[in-house]
Design a protein around this ligand. Structure first.
Ligand code: SF4
Ligand code: SF4
Length: 407
């Protein structure tokens, strides 16, 4: 089962908004909330399913048998966590090291399982949703995250894909979350601290050798910091899969316990859908490397897709152009060119204009279409890689270049 883990440097960046939208868009049947300190994915994804809960025993804590205790005070002196007072153990302070039980001269101290929280499983005919709630003050968050992931795996054997909403930060639960996943998507916010937090998660993911990509949430709140985020990611070969605009519909969706994906016309939902398309290519087609074609006259993007001189096909990897070739137009026949480019492994086509018929065939083949572009082809591709080139969506209908744009 392929696993996508969604992380953020801190709470409030929109991690769960992105996770819940990806769950809806991917139609994933298996998902988990590993933010065990403050789980909230269930508010969006599982309102109709009755959960099964079970105690989770993360580790043992000490207890004192008062009938055996001779009140020598040795345990209180020895416990470096100050968990023993007046010959009794404060379980919220006890770290379970068992030193006290070793040194007690009359064997009055034992260790027993301690419930660190609740494991929660939402299971219906077609979905498995694993989560947990850590008991306040319990220190077993990493272990509980591991248990959440195991519970997910054990109950979704037939699922090919799972999405995991991780914990914010880079602590124990995040490290436990990363272990074994195929890809980490970091939801970054365009602020000084957001960039700092993103860098820390990237470093953490790198230590695990896990494929890592970034999306920038509310990018338009601070465009210069968004550009800085993108430039940093490009400089270390981390792909930025998309920029999500600030969108009031997100607040509306959250307040109504809905995924933003349920508002497909919203700008945020559209941006996350584009991100999901790219995640699919990476996870299921192994593409951090991608071919991008421009319909061109020489080095320039042309307005006429169908009758262009040829295609500049750029090899790109992790946000940069790594090579290019010019392929002459083999000749325009209805429906032919999209198939021709798909066979060459092209995943994005950039053109000035294009007919709806060609757009439909590209879309059927999972190829992203950017129309309305102009200027130098290489610049257009670089702008696309920086997330700055957006399709105008304009389609060539009956105009003077009828049949020139791939209708
Ligand atoms: S198990 Fe360790 S932390 Fe807990 S009370 Fe004993 S010495 Fe202190
Ligand atoms: S070391 Fe044992 S006997 Fe001494 S105070 Fe602690 S529990 Fe009691």
């Amino acid at each position: 089962m392929k696993q996508l883990l969604v992380l953020s440097g801190k709470g409030g960046t929109g991690k769960t908004t992105v996770s819940s939208a990806l769950i809806a868009l991917s139609k994933s049947k298996a998902f988990a909330d590993c933010d065990v300190d403050a789980p909230n994915l269930h508010l969006v994804t599982a309102q109709d399913i009755k959960p099964q809960t079970s105690d989770y025993y993360g580790f043992q804590k000490a207890y004192i048998d008062s009938e055996k205790c001779i009140k020598c005070g040795l345990c209180e002196e020895t416990c470096r966590f100050n968990a023993i007072h007046d010959f009794a153990v404060n379980v919220s302070e006890c770290e379970g090291c068992a030193v006290c039980s070793e040194i007690c001269p009359v064997h009055a101290i034992g260790m027993k399982d301690y419930s660190s929280g609740k494991l929660i499983l939402y299971s219906s005919n077609d979905i498995t949703f694993s989560t947990a709630k850590l008991k306040t003050g319990s220190g077993a968050s990493g272990k509980l995250v591991t248990a959440v992931k195991k519970q997910l795996k054990d109950n979704s054997e037939n699922s090919e894909f799972a999405i995991i909403d991780g914990s914010p930060g880079i602590g124990c639960p995040v490290i436990a979350s990363i272990s074994g996943v195929n890809m980490v998507l970091i939801v970054a916010e365009p602020t000084v601290s957001g960039i700092h937090d993103m860098k820390r998660i990237i470093e953490t993911a790198k230590k695990f050798g896990t494929k890592c990509a970034v999306c920038i949430n509310k990018y338009d709140v601070n465009k210069s910091k968004s550009d800085e985020t993108q430039e940093y990611c490009n400089s270390i070969d981390i792909k930025v899969l998309g920029r999500i605009p600030y969108d009031k519909t997100v607040s509306h969706a959250v307040n109504n316990c809905r995924s933003i994906a349920e508002y497909p016309k919203s700008s945020a939902a559209k941006a996350i859908a584009e991100i999901w398309a790219k995640i699919k290519n990476i996870l299921f087609k192994g593409e951090f490397i991608m071919k991008i074609a421009t319909a061109s006259e020489g080095k320039m993007v042309t307005e006429h897709f169908g009758h262009c001189e040829g295609f500049n096909i750029f090899d790109t990897g992790n946000g940069k152009i790594t090579g290019s070739e010019f392929v002459p137009n083999p000749g325009h026949r209805p429906g032919f060119l999209p198939v021709f480019l798909a066979d060459k492994g092209v995943k994005v086509i950039i053109s000035g204009g294009m007919g709806q018929g060609a757009i439909d065939i590209f879309n059927e083949k999972g190829i992203e279409v950017i129309v309305g572009a102009s200027g130098v082809a290489e610049d257009a591709v670089n702008n696309y890689l920086l997330g700055k080139l957006k399709s105008t969506g304009s389609v060539c209908h009956e105009h003077q270049h009828h049949d020139e744009c791939g209708e």
